[in-house]
Write a protein that binds this ligand. Sequence first.
Ligand SMILES: [Zn+2]
Length: 457
Amino acid sequence: MSPGEQDIALMREALALAQQAQQAGEVPVGAVVVRDGEVIGRGHNAPIGHCDPTAHAEVMALRDAATRLGNYRLEGCTLYVTLEPCVMCTGAVLHARLARVVYGAADPRAGAAGSALDVYALPSLNPHTEVSGGVLAQECGQLLKDFFRPRRINADPLREDGLRTPDSAFDSLPDYPWSPHYVNDLPSAAGWRLHYLDEGPRDAPLTWLCLHGNPTWSYVYRRMIPVLLAAGHRVVAPDMLGFGKSDKPKREDFHGFERHRQVLLDLVERLDLQRVVLTVQDWGGILGLTLPMQAPQRYSGLLGMNTLLATGQQPLSAGFLAWRQWCKSQPLYDVGRLLLRGNAHLSAAEAAAYSAPFPDGGYRAALRAFPQQVPEKADDPGAAVSRQAERFWQQDWHGRSMLAIGSQDPVLGEPVMRQLVASIRACPEPLILPQAGHFVQEHGEGLAQAAVRHFAT
Ligand SMILES: [Zn+2]
């Protein structure tokens, strides 16, 4: 066996110990001490199991070897370890006067053999020990990556004052094949976990930021998303807190205009979205239309469907007031059935997908709160920022616009949308969809095709 082959064979012994650490729930690092080609000490990470901050794989292996030899000096021995040693373990190695250290993966965060710092290079500290790295580095590093990946996802804590719809509620939804993405540390989200879809290339020529309204979620965009992706574009579609796959705060008073707006602003910054076509309907626009003035350079287009700027200066439509009253009188209304009412083409499974986020009344704080939160009077929360946004759209907007109106909508139909058209600088004549109701996206396939032509040329 050549020296290189021997290093690989002995590193495999260390890797097997790293796997034992993983099975014990410890960070998977393993180590062996070798003398004359023979393994005389073994160890794996065990700080949790041993309640011992020094129980790193290297220390465990050095102790094992020293006990076996009856000598704390391990002169002439080699340590094989799957991860670059830290400062503490390097100290132990130097005290043991090892001849050689061979490690697998580098540790950019804490490695003391050249990554974070290089203790071995200090002759005053290290007259004895030779060090080399990179043996089976890929396998050693992959084990660590695999270990941390699932833990980070599972470690998403749920706040005590909230609920999280079980994943099983979203099993096998029709026409919603996209992977979930989560973020739980947006500054304004206070520890709540937000779900979003993020499909298509990061450097796409356009990013469609698709914002849903009440009581829907990103599912409402499923007919449009494939068209946008087929054009080579990126789609980002969040579920607002309280909706879809995002966490559900139990308290209605969580659901304020300013908070939801700030969460969306934070998400746009976090994902660093560029060349955005703001794509909005219902509350997606009530909130979303106030976003571009905060970072106009990020936005190149607006696709608006049955929505409004709620400035508090015009009375809310009679249809909206009736809807708000109805929500109050029917607090446990069936969301899927509501969608079916204006969209007879939906299958039972599609209707059920709209109900899926809300297994019982406890999950429905957002559904109760949102209709009450539409700014109605000039000093209602959100009204002033909506007026500011209206000035932005009238005077400072330089992107392209496209508005589409679902004619069958008694709530935010043509009369309301005509006001929005008038509020947007250089807005072309809106597209009228005679068959579509409030949830325009349910008729969105052809609309998405028209929008791709409109914005991509
Ligand atoms: Zn260590």
